[in-house]
Design a protein around this ligand. Structure first.
Ligand SMILES: [Fe+2]
Length: 307
Protein backbone atom coordinates (compact mmCIF):
# COMPACT_ATOMS: atom_id res chain seq x y z
CA UNK A 1 0.00 0.00 0.00
CA UNK A 2 1.29 3.45 -0.73
CA UNK A 3 2.28 5.14 2.49
CA UNK A 4 3.69 8.57 1.71
CA UNK A 5 0.95 10.58 0.01
CA UNK A 6 -2.61 9.72 -1.01
CA UNK A 7 -2.89 9.39 -4.78
CA UNK A 8 -5.26 11.86 -6.43
CA UNK A 9 -5.45 11.62 -10.22
CA UNK A 10 -7.19 14.95 -10.64
CA UNK A 11 -10.53 16.08 -11.98
CA UNK A 12 -12.01 14.09 -14.82
CA UNK A 13 -15.61 13.88 -15.98
CA UNK A 14 -14.83 10.57 -17.62
CA UNK A 15 -11.88 8.22 -17.92
CA UNK A 16 -11.05 5.35 -20.27
CA UNK A 17 -10.95 1.85 -18.80
CA UNK A 18 -8.63 -0.31 -20.89
CA UNK A 19 -8.27 -4.11 -20.89
CA UNK A 20 -5.24 -6.24 -21.79
CA UNK A 21 -2.94 -4.66 -24.41
CA UNK A 22 -0.23 -7.40 -24.55
CA UNK A 23 2.38 -5.04 -25.95
CA UNK A 24 0.28 -4.30 -29.05
CA UNK A 25 1.53 -0.82 -29.96
CA UNK A 26 -0.73 -0.21 -32.95
CA UNK A 27 -3.82 -1.17 -31.00
CA UNK A 28 -2.79 0.86 -27.94
CA UNK A 29 -2.40 3.92 -30.15
CA UNK A 30 -5.85 3.23 -31.61
CA UNK A 31 -7.31 3.18 -28.08
CA UNK A 32 -5.48 6.38 -27.11
CA UNK A 33 -6.72 8.10 -30.28
CA UNK A 34 -10.32 7.07 -29.63
CA UNK A 35 -10.07 8.35 -26.04
CA UNK A 36 -8.55 11.64 -27.21
CA UNK A 37 -11.41 12.10 -29.69
CA UNK A 38 -13.79 11.94 -26.71
CA UNK A 39 -11.72 14.46 -24.75
CA UNK A 40 -10.39 11.83 -22.35
CA UNK A 41 -6.89 12.41 -20.97
CA UNK A 42 -6.72 9.70 -18.29
CA UNK A 43 -6.62 5.99 -19.10
CA UNK A 44 -6.81 3.29 -16.42
CA UNK A 45 -5.39 0.02 -17.75
CA UNK A 46 -6.08 -3.27 -15.95
CA UNK A 47 -2.97 -5.31 -16.67
CA UNK A 48 -1.15 -7.43 -19.24
CA UNK A 49 -0.03 -4.08 -20.53
CA UNK A 50 3.18 -5.68 -21.81
CA UNK A 51 5.87 -4.14 -19.61
CA UNK A 52 9.22 -5.40 -20.95
CA UNK A 53 11.90 -5.92 -21.84
CA UNK A 54 10.88 -9.22 -23.39
CA UNK A 55 13.09 -11.95 -24.92
CA UNK A 56 14.86 -10.41 -27.90
CA UNK A 57 14.96 -7.00 -26.26
CA UNK A 58 17.73 -5.72 -24.05
CA UNK A 59 17.42 -3.13 -21.33
CA UNK A 60 18.80 0.22 -22.39
CA UNK A 61 18.65 3.71 -20.94
CA UNK A 62 16.23 4.70 -23.69
CA UNK A 63 14.11 1.56 -23.42
CA UNK A 64 14.34 0.18 -19.85
CA UNK A 65 10.88 -1.43 -20.20
CA UNK A 66 11.11 -2.41 -23.86
CA UNK A 67 10.14 -0.79 -27.12
CA UNK A 68 6.39 -1.06 -26.63
CA UNK A 69 6.38 0.99 -23.42
CA UNK A 70 8.66 3.60 -24.99
CA UNK A 71 6.35 3.95 -28.00
CA UNK A 72 3.24 4.01 -25.82
CA UNK A 73 4.75 6.72 -23.63
CA UNK A 74 5.51 8.86 -26.69
CA UNK A 75 2.00 8.31 -28.07
CA UNK A 76 0.36 9.28 -24.76
CA UNK A 77 2.59 12.36 -24.50
CA UNK A 78 1.67 13.55 -27.99
CA UNK A 79 -2.02 13.32 -27.09
CA UNK A 80 -1.65 14.95 -23.64
CA UNK A 81 -2.75 11.72 -21.93
CA UNK A 82 -1.57 9.59 -19.05
CA UNK A 83 -2.04 5.92 -18.27
CA UNK A 84 -2.27 4.44 -14.78
CA UNK A 85 -1.72 0.69 -14.71
CA UNK A 86 -3.00 -2.07 -12.46
CA UNK A 87 -0.39 -4.74 -13.06
CA UNK A 88 -1.26 -8.01 -14.82
CA UNK A 89 0.63 -11.29 -15.04
CA UNK A 90 2.43 -10.88 -18.36
CA UNK A 91 4.74 -8.05 -17.31
CA UNK A 92 8.49 -7.99 -16.60
CA UNK A 93 8.31 -7.89 -12.81
CA UNK A 94 12.12 -7.75 -12.41
CA UNK A 95 12.23 -4.54 -14.44
CA UNK A 96 9.32 -3.16 -12.39
CA UNK A 97 11.08 -4.05 -9.10
CA UNK A 98 14.16 -2.12 -10.24
CA UNK A 99 12.20 0.93 -11.42
CA UNK A 100 12.05 4.24 -9.53
CA UNK A 101 8.90 5.22 -7.66
CA UNK A 102 7.28 8.59 -7.20
CA UNK A 103 6.39 10.05 -3.79
CA UNK A 104 3.06 8.16 -3.77
CA UNK A 105 4.79 4.83 -4.36
CA UNK A 106 3.71 4.57 -8.01
CA UNK A 107 6.27 2.89 -10.29
CA UNK A 108 7.56 5.23 -13.00
CA UNK A 109 7.83 3.41 -16.34
CA UNK A 110 7.43 6.43 -18.59
CA UNK A 111 6.91 10.14 -18.45
CA UNK A 112 3.18 9.52 -18.85
CA UNK A 113 2.79 5.98 -17.45
CA UNK A 114 2.67 4.88 -13.82
CA UNK A 115 2.13 1.41 -12.36
CA UNK A 116 0.16 1.28 -9.13
CA UNK A 117 1.64 -0.43 -6.05
CA UNK A 118 -0.16 -3.50 -4.72
CA UNK A 119 -2.59 -2.72 -3.33
CA UNK A 120 -3.31 0.96 -3.96
CA UNK A 121 -6.10 3.40 -3.24
CA UNK A 122 -6.58 6.57 -5.26
CA UNK A 123 -9.26 9.17 -5.99
CA UNK A 124 -10.58 10.90 -9.11
CA UNK A 125 -12.96 13.83 -9.28
CA UNK A 126 -13.96 16.85 -7.30
CA UNK A 127 -14.97 20.35 -8.35
CA UNK A 128 -13.13 21.69 -11.42
CA UNK A 129 -10.31 24.09 -10.70
CA UNK A 130 -7.89 23.61 -13.60
CA UNK A 131 -5.17 22.54 -11.21
CA UNK A 132 -2.53 20.04 -12.15
CA UNK A 133 -2.80 16.43 -11.20
CA UNK A 134 0.02 14.25 -9.89
CA UNK A 135 1.46 13.49 -13.31
CA UNK A 136 1.86 17.13 -14.18
CA UNK A 137 -0.77 17.56 -16.89
CA UNK A 138 -3.76 19.84 -16.57
CA UNK A 139 -6.98 17.88 -16.36
CA UNK A 140 -9.37 18.57 -19.22
CA UNK A 141 -13.15 18.74 -19.39
CA UNK A 142 -15.70 19.96 -16.91
CA UNK A 143 -14.47 17.82 -14.02
CA UNK A 144 -16.73 15.86 -11.74
CA UNK A 145 -18.94 17.01 -8.91
CA UNK A 146 -18.12 13.93 -6.85
CA UNK A 147 -14.89 12.36 -5.67
CA UNK A 148 -14.66 8.65 -6.46
CA UNK A 149 -12.45 6.24 -4.59
CA UNK A 150 -10.64 3.44 -6.42
CA UNK A 151 -8.95 0.33 -5.05
CA UNK A 152 -6.40 -1.51 -7.19
CA UNK A 153 -4.91 -4.96 -6.66
CA UNK A 154 -2.97 -6.26 -9.65
CA UNK A 155 -1.34 -9.57 -10.44
CA UNK A 156 -2.74 -12.93 -11.50
CA UNK A 157 -1.60 -16.53 -11.93
CA UNK A 158 -0.38 -17.48 -15.42
CA UNK A 159 -2.00 -20.79 -16.41
CA UNK A 160 0.63 -21.27 -19.14
CA UNK A 161 3.58 -20.90 -16.75
CA UNK A 162 5.03 -24.31 -17.70
CA UNK A 163 5.54 -23.01 -21.24
CA UNK A 164 7.38 -19.93 -20.00
CA UNK A 165 10.95 -19.22 -18.82
CA UNK A 166 11.50 -17.99 -15.26
CA UNK A 167 12.91 -14.46 -15.28
CA UNK A 168 12.46 -14.18 -19.05
CA UNK A 169 8.75 -14.55 -19.69
CA UNK A 170 7.40 -15.58 -16.25
CA UNK A 171 7.95 -14.06 -12.81
CA UNK A 172 6.78 -15.39 -9.46
CA UNK A 173 5.94 -11.82 -8.40
CA UNK A 174 2.78 -12.16 -10.52
CA UNK A 175 1.06 -13.79 -7.55
CA UNK A 176 -1.41 -12.05 -5.28
CA UNK A 177 -0.26 -12.72 -1.70
CA UNK A 178 -1.74 -12.92 1.79
CA UNK A 179 0.19 -9.71 2.53
CA UNK A 180 -1.60 -7.89 -0.29
CA UNK A 181 -4.98 -8.98 1.08
CA UNK A 182 -3.99 -8.01 4.63
CA UNK A 183 -3.06 -4.55 3.32
CA UNK A 184 -6.49 -4.25 1.67
CA UNK A 185 -8.18 -5.15 4.96
CA UNK A 186 -6.06 -2.51 6.75
CA UNK A 187 -7.05 0.01 4.07
CA UNK A 188 -10.74 -0.77 4.59
CA UNK A 189 -10.38 -0.30 8.33
CA UNK A 190 -8.73 3.10 7.76
CA UNK A 191 -10.66 4.38 4.72
CA UNK A 192 -13.82 2.23 4.34
CA UNK A 193 -15.04 0.72 1.05
CA UNK A 194 -14.22 1.88 -2.49
CA UNK A 195 -16.49 2.95 -5.34
CA UNK A 196 -14.47 1.18 -8.01
CA UNK A 197 -12.15 -1.82 -7.82
CA UNK A 198 -9.49 -2.51 -10.45
CA UNK A 199 -7.80 -5.88 -10.82
CA UNK A 200 -6.35 -8.04 -13.55
CA UNK A 201 -7.85 -11.35 -12.47
CA UNK A 202 -11.61 -11.65 -11.94
CA UNK A 203 -12.66 -10.46 -8.47
CA UNK A 204 -15.79 -12.64 -8.60
CA UNK A 205 -17.04 -15.48 -10.76
CA UNK A 206 -19.48 -13.96 -13.20
CA UNK A 207 -21.28 -16.34 -15.58
CA UNK A 208 -18.99 -15.27 -18.46
CA UNK A 209 -15.83 -15.90 -16.42
CA UNK A 210 -17.20 -19.17 -15.04
CA UNK A 211 -17.80 -20.44 -18.58
CA UNK A 212 -14.10 -19.86 -19.35
CA UNK A 213 -12.82 -21.26 -16.03
CA UNK A 214 -15.03 -24.35 -16.28
CA UNK A 215 -14.45 -24.92 -20.00
CA UNK A 216 -13.96 -28.57 -20.85
CA UNK A 217 -11.74 -30.18 -21.81
CA UNK A 218 -9.55 -28.12 -19.50
CA UNK A 219 -6.02 -28.07 -20.96
CA UNK A 220 -4.22 -27.22 -17.70
CA UNK A 221 -2.68 -29.73 -15.23
CA UNK A 222 -4.39 -30.00 -11.80
CA UNK A 223 -1.59 -28.11 -9.99
CA UNK A 224 -1.98 -25.20 -12.40
CA UNK A 225 -5.75 -25.17 -11.90
CA UNK A 226 -5.12 -25.12 -8.13
CA UNK A 227 -2.59 -22.29 -8.55
CA UNK A 228 -5.15 -20.26 -10.52
CA UNK A 229 -7.88 -20.92 -7.94
CA UNK A 230 -5.60 -19.77 -5.13
CA UNK A 231 -5.04 -16.44 -6.91
CA UNK A 232 -8.76 -15.90 -7.46
CA UNK A 233 -9.47 -16.84 -3.85
CA UNK A 234 -7.10 -14.18 -2.50
CA UNK A 235 -8.45 -11.56 -4.91
CA UNK A 236 -11.99 -12.49 -3.94
CA UNK A 237 -11.11 -11.80 -0.29
CA UNK A 238 -9.90 -8.33 -1.28
CA UNK A 239 -13.11 -7.80 -3.29
CA UNK A 240 -15.32 -8.71 -0.33
CA UNK A 241 -13.29 -6.41 1.92
CA UNK A 242 -13.35 -3.42 -0.45
CA UNK A 243 -17.04 -3.88 -1.31
CA UNK A 244 -16.91 -1.93 -4.59
CA UNK A 245 -19.94 -0.64 -6.49
CA UNK A 246 -18.23 -1.36 -9.83
CA UNK A 247 -15.26 -3.62 -10.59
CA UNK A 248 -13.14 -3.78 -13.77
CA UNK A 249 -10.84 -6.63 -14.83
CA UNK A 250 -9.35 -8.07 -18.02
CA UNK A 251 -7.57 -11.43 -17.53
CA UNK A 252 -10.19 -13.57 -19.29
CA UNK A 253 -10.27 -11.43 -22.45
CA UNK A 254 -14.07 -11.29 -22.55
CA UNK A 255 -16.32 -8.22 -22.61
CA UNK A 256 -19.24 -8.69 -20.25
CA UNK A 257 -21.31 -6.85 -17.66
CA UNK A 258 -22.77 -8.79 -14.74
CA UNK A 259 -24.16 -8.02 -11.32
CA UNK A 260 -22.76 -10.06 -8.45
CA UNK A 261 -23.69 -10.15 -4.81
CA UNK A 262 -20.96 -9.98 -2.19
CA UNK A 263 -21.02 -10.80 1.47
CA UNK A 264 -23.09 -13.93 0.86
CA UNK A 265 -21.92 -17.52 0.72
CA UNK A 266 -21.01 -18.48 -2.83
CA UNK A 267 -18.26 -20.60 -4.29
CA UNK A 268 -15.79 -21.92 -1.67
CA UNK A 269 -13.27 -19.13 -2.28
CA UNK A 270 -15.81 -16.32 -1.90
CA UNK A 271 -15.22 -15.51 1.74
CA UNK A 272 -18.08 -13.43 3.10
CA UNK A 273 -17.12 -10.17 4.78
CA UNK A 274 -19.69 -8.00 6.48
CA UNK A 275 -23.07 -6.98 5.13
CA UNK A 276 -24.28 -8.14 1.70
CA UNK A 277 -23.55 -5.76 -1.18
CA UNK A 278 -24.10 -5.64 -4.92
CA UNK A 279 -21.37 -4.95 -7.47
CA UNK A 280 -21.48 -4.50 -11.23
CA UNK A 281 -18.52 -6.39 -12.68
CA UNK A 282 -17.24 -5.06 -16.00
CA UNK A 283 -15.04 -7.59 -17.81
CA UNK A 284 -12.93 -6.14 -20.62
CA UNK A 285 -11.85 -7.79 -23.88
CA UNK A 286 -8.25 -7.95 -25.11
CA UNK A 287 -6.34 -5.91 -27.69
CA UNK A 288 -7.64 -6.15 -31.23
CA UNK A 289 -11.17 -7.00 -30.06
CA UNK A 290 -14.25 -4.80 -29.64
CA UNK A 291 -14.90 -4.22 -25.96
CA UNK A 292 -11.23 -3.71 -25.06
CA UNK A 293 -11.93 -0.20 -23.75
CA UNK A 294 -14.93 1.60 -22.31
CA UNK A 295 -15.59 5.05 -20.92
CA UNK A 296 -16.40 5.40 -17.23
CA UNK A 297 -18.49 8.39 -16.16
CA UNK A 298 -17.06 9.55 -12.85
CA UNK A 299 -20.36 11.11 -11.71
CA UNK A 300 -22.70 8.21 -12.47
CA UNK A 301 -20.25 5.27 -12.69
CA UNK A 302 -22.03 4.29 -15.93
CA UNK A 303 -19.93 2.84 -18.74
CA UNK A 304 -20.28 3.31 -22.48
CA UNK A 305 -18.38 1.70 -25.39
CA UNK A 306 -15.11 3.27 -26.54
CA UNK A 307 -13.26 0.69 -28.61
FE1 LIG B 1 -3.98 -11.38 -20.97
Amino acid sequence: MQTEAPINLGQHHQVAMVGDLHGNGRWASHVNKAAAARGVSLLLQVGDLGVGPWPGESRSARRPFGGFIRGLDDDLGQRGQRMIVTIGNHENFDALDDAPRDDAGMIIIGEHIRVLPRPARFTIGGPPSGTEDRLGSTASGPGSSVIRSFGSLGGAPSVDLFHRKVGKSWWMQEQITEEHVAAVRADVRANHSVDVMLSHDAPALTPAVSRIVDATPNPWPPEVVQYAERGRSLLSEAFHAWRPTVAFHGHYHVRDTAEVHGGVTGRPFETPQGEPFTCRVESLAMDGVLGNAVLLDINTLDVSPLV
